[in-house]
Design a protein around this ligand. Structure first.
Ligand code: PMP
Ligand code: GLN
Length: 454
C-alpha cells in the first residue's frame, strides 16, 4: 500500500490506495476473529485457566510480603547435597542425555531404598521411572491410565493439580472431603477423617483410580493403618488403581508413622507411588520426581514419559543418586536426613501453632508435611473483605493480608472441587519450613496486627 500511494499522484491512484487499505483492514479484522476462535484454549482444558500458584507467586513479587505461601525452604539444603551437585557439575561426562526412563545410578539407588522399605525386590529397569518433579509422575500416572468417562476419586483437601490432570485425560473427578471431628481451639490433622460410608458410596463400576496423598498437602494428615486398610479394601473390591502421592514421606512428626499403602496386603499390584527429590532433600528447584510400581502399570507411565519428555536432567539425577547412596548407608540412624528433617521441623511447627493461636486463629497442627492450616475467621472483623473481588472469602482474606499486613498464606479453597470450596473458605495455609527469624517475624506481624498497630 505504501508503495502504491507513493508512486501514484493521480486521483485514481489515491482511490485505489484507499480501497486497498480498507480491504486489508477488513481482511485482517476477519483474520483476527478467525484466529481468536481457532486458537482459543481447547475445550478439554477449559476451567483450568486459573492457578493459585501463578496468582500468589505474582502477588508475592508485587507486594513483597513475608512469604509463607508457596512451599519451599528459605534456607540452604544440606551441604552434602549441594556438594554432590558441585562434584557432578565438574565431571565432563555428566552433561549429556541419560537413559530415558531414569538415570542408571539413580534408579539403582531408588530400587535399593524402596526394596528395603517395601520388603520386596524392585527391578530398577522396569519398576522405577524418574520424572520432571512429582508433577510429571502424577501426570504420567493419570494420563497413562485414565480413559474418557473413567471416574477418579480425589480426597479433599487435595494438591490442586490432581483435578485438571484427571480432566485433561477425559476423566471425571469424584471428590470426597475429610471432615473435622473436633471444634476446639486447637485441632490436629488427625481430627480430620473420612466418613467410611461416604467414601464407599463414591466407588462404582466406572471408578478407575483413587488418588491418595499421605502426608497430605495442605492439611498434614498422615493416614493411619486402619484408614489405609479401608481405602485399600475398597480399591480391591472395585478393582481400582491407587495413585499414592507420598512426596512428604520423610516429614512425619512423632509419634506418627508414614505407612506406604503399597505395603498393604495385595496392594502392590494396584499401586503407583510417587516421590520428589524436592521434598526429600529440600531442593524444590531441582524438579526431580519418581514413580514406582509393578512393571505392568509402569509401562503406561513410561509411554507417556517417552513421548512427552523422553529423558530427565542428567547432573541433577546423578547428584540425587549420590545423596541417596549416602542416606541408604545410614538409614535409620539419628544422622540420617530422613529422620533429622522432621526433628528440625517439629519446633518450627510447634512455634507456628503457638503464634497462630495467640493471634486469635485456630490452627490445625499437622502430623506431617510442612504446612499448617488455620481458621482465620475469629479475626474477620479486623479484615476488609470488601476490598477484594474474589468469589471465595479465603482468597479475599489472603490477598488483603498480603497487601495490608505483609504476610502471605495460600487460600485452601484452591484445594477443593467446586462443590466443596465452601469447606476451605474459613481457612488459610501457612508454610513453616522457614528460618526461625522469619517465623518470629511472622509472629511479630500478627501480634502487631492483632493489637491494631499495623
Ligand atoms: N504432590 C504434592 C502433594 C506436592 O505438595 C507437590 C509440591 N511440590 C508435588 C506433588 C509436586 O512436586 P514437585 O515439585 O516434585 O513436582
Ligand atoms: N508443593 C508446593 C506447595 O504446595 C509448591 C506448589 C507449586 O509451586 N505449584 O506450596
Amino acid at each position: 500500500m505504501f508503495v502504491v500511494s507513493r508512486n501514484c499522484s493521480s486521483l485514481v491512484g489515491k482511490l485505489y490506495s484507499k480501497f486497498t487499505f480498507a480491504r486489508i483492514l477488513s481482511t485482517s479484522l476477519l483474520n483476527m476473529g478467525d484466529m481468536q476462535n481457532k486458537f482459543k484454549l481447547p475445550k478439554r482444558y477449559e476451567g483450568s485457566e486459573k492457578s493459585v500458584w501463578v496468582e500468589y507467586i505474582q502477588l508475592a513479587l508485587d507486594y513483597k510480603p513475608l512469604n509463607l505461601g508457596q512451599g519451599f525452604p528459605d534456607y540452604p539444603p544440606p551441604k552434602y547435597v549441594t556438594d554432590a551437585l558441585i562434584q557432578v557439575a565438574s565431571n565432563g561426562h555428566m552433561h549429556q542425555y541419560t537413559r530415558g526412563f531414569g538415570h542408571p545410578r539413580l534408579v539403582a539407588a531408588l530400587a535399593k531404598l524402596y526394596s528395603k522399605l517395601l520388603g520386596r525386590e524392585l527391578n530398577p529397569q522396569t519398576e522405577v521411572l524418574t520424572t520432571l518433579g512429582a508433577y510429571e509422575a502424577l501426570y504420567s500416572s493419570i494420563t497413562g491410565h485414565v480413559d474418557t468417562g473413567d471416574e477418579v476419586i480425589i480426597i479433599e483437601p487435595f494438591f490442586d493439580c490432581y483435578e485438571p490432570m484427571v480432566r485433561y485425560a477425559g476423566g471425571v473427578p469424584r471428590f470426597i472431603p475429610l471432615r473435622p471431628k473436633n471444634n476446639g481451639p486447637v485441632q490436629s490433622s488427625a481430627d480430620w477423617i473420612l466418613d467410611k460410608y461416604e467414601l464407599e458410596s463414591v466407588f462404582n463400576s466406572k471408578t478407575k483410580a483413587l488418588i491418595l496423598n499421605t502426608p497430605n498437602n495442605p492439611l498434614g494428615k498422615v493416614f493411619t493403618y486402619n484408614e489405609l486398610s479401608y481405602i485399600a479394601d475398597l480399591c480391591k473390591k472395585w478393582n481400582v488403581l491407587c495413585i499414592s502421592d507420598e512426596v512428604y514421606e520423610w516429614i512425619v512428626y512423632e509419634p506418627n508413622k508414614h505407612i506406604r499403602i503399597a505395603t498393604l496386603p495385595d496392594m502392590w499390584e494396584r499401586t503407583i507411588t510417587i516421590g520428589s527429590a524436592g521434598k526429600t532433600f529440600s531442593v524444590t528447584g531441582w524438579k526431580l520426581g519418581w514413580a514406582y510400581g509393578p512393571a505392568n502399570l509402569m509401562v503406561n507411565l513410561q509411554m507417556i514419559h517417552q513421548n512427552s519428555v523422553y529423558t530427565g536432567n542428567t547432573p541433577i539425577q546423578e547428584a540425587t543418586a549420590i545423596a541417596f547412596e549416602k542416606e541408604i548407608a545410614r538409614l535409620g540412624s539419628e544422622e540420617c536426613y530422613f529422620i533429622s528433617i522432621s526433628k528440625e521441623l517439629q519446633p518450627k511447627r510447634d512455634f507456628m501453632a503457638k503464634f497462630l493461636l495467640e493471634s486469635g486463629m485456630k490452627p490445625v497442627v499437622p502430623e506431617g508435611g510442612y504446612f499448617m492450616i488455620a481458621d482465620w475467621t475469629p479475626l474477620e472483623s479486623q479484615v476488609d473483605l470488601n476490598s477484594e473481588q474474589d468469589k471465595y472469602k479465603d482468597y479475599r482474606f489472603t490477598k488483603w493480608m498480603t497487601k495490608k499486613v505483609g504476610l502471605q498464606g495460600i487460600p485452601p479453597s484452591a484445594f477443593y472441587g467446586s462443590e466443596h470450596k465452601k469447606l476451605g473458605e474459613n481457612l488459610v495455609r501457612y508454610c513453616f519450613i522457614k528460618e526461625d527469624k522469619n517465623l518470629q517475624e511472622a509472629a511479630n506481624i500478627l501480634q502487631k496486627w492483632k493489637s491494631g498497630k499495623s
